[in-house]
Design a protein. Structure first.
Length: 295
């Protein structure tokens, strides 16, 4: 949400403002809370894996209307796919499972979600709320809700990181405009992207190494471009998801900039027959001279 990022993040902070320490509030909840079905209108937690929740919840929301209103403030953050366990973490607070005792999220779950999602909040100038200080939650050896996804430090998988910008496919308006975009960016490549799975919260993507055509390498070595682009596919889940638009595979022309240890894609065009302007621009690129070159 690029246009309204500040407003929904402010809503998040406001809805958590009055939450106190878990201990005293947990004692009160055990005496006063009641079980109620999670309604369809609570999009954040409906169909989360259990059907009933406690009210008041762990955030001191006393009515379902308040719960629905405040929980909806977090939906844009989930849309950024910042962490596959973000929904579990949030619902453990907004819609605590109805058992004979209160179950808090584990400290490690909070820390994992914070590592991935706090940078997104920081994009809009907001820190991770102190009210969600992970030190307030129980350690893993206690009874608590643990992470479900593979640990992000595991060699078998890299945890995706969300992008701060909304990355969408560009309309190939004119060949000249496309050439100007290629000139304005550090690198430009034609690549094929494959979706590895469609069952998890965040889809994994692979670069087809046999379908990498370097149009412009800029400060990058040609030989390092495939690895850099695979890194982009791994960490910029939101951008890649938006580009793929639900497809299993696709060919794209992407261009972007090099930022220290990573590449950032600024423009992406779908390589399709109907995109004649894109085809024309790529054909002309080999002999095209950018303004700074022409001077």
């Amino acid at each position: 949400p690029s246009r309204s990022g500040g407003s929904w993040l402010m809503g998040i902070l406001l809805c958590l403002l009055l939450w106190g320490s878990p201990g005293a509030w947990a004692s009160y909840l055990r005496r006063s809370s009641s079980c109620t079905p999670i309604p369809h209108r609570m999009a954040l937690c409906y169909n989360i894996g259990y059907s009933e929740m406690r009210i008041p919840n762990l955030l001191e929301h006393e009515t379902m209307t308040e719960v629905i209103q405040q929980s909806s403030s977090w939906l844009p953050l989930l849309a950024r796919e910042c962490h596959p366990d973000a929904r579990i973490f949030l619902c453990s607070l907004f819609a605590p499972i109805c058992l004979d005792r209160l179950i808090y999220p584990c400290r490690s779950l909070c820390e994992a979600v914070k590592r991935s999602c706090a940078p997104v909040m920081a994009c809009y100038g907001y820190p991770w709320p102190e009210i969600l200080n992970c030190n307030k939650f129980p350690a893993d050896h206690e009874l608590c809700i643990a992470a479900v996804s593979t640990d992000e430090n595991s060699s078998s998988r890299r945890m995706p990181r969300a992008s701060c910008k909304d990355c969408e496919l560009e309309e190939a308006s004119t060949a000249r405009e496309i050439l100007e975009n290629l000139c304005a960016n550090d690198f430009a490549v034609k690549i094929r992207i494959l979706r590895k799975n469609v069952t998890t919260t965040i889809s994994d993507f692979d670069l087809d190494p046999g379908r990498v055509e370097v149009l412009k390498h800029g400060p990058l070595l040609r030989t390092e471009i495939p690895a850099r682009l695979q890194q982009w596919l791994d960490i910029d889940a939101t951008c890649v998801h938006n580009i793929m638009r639900g497809t299993h595979a696709g060919v794209f022309v992407v261009c972007g900039e090099v930022q220290s240890d990573k590449v950032v894609v600024n423009k992406a065009y779908a390589w399709q027959k109907k995109n004649r302007n894109l085809h024309q621009a790529v054909r002309r690129w080999k002999h095209h001279r950018c303004p700074e070159q022409a001077g």
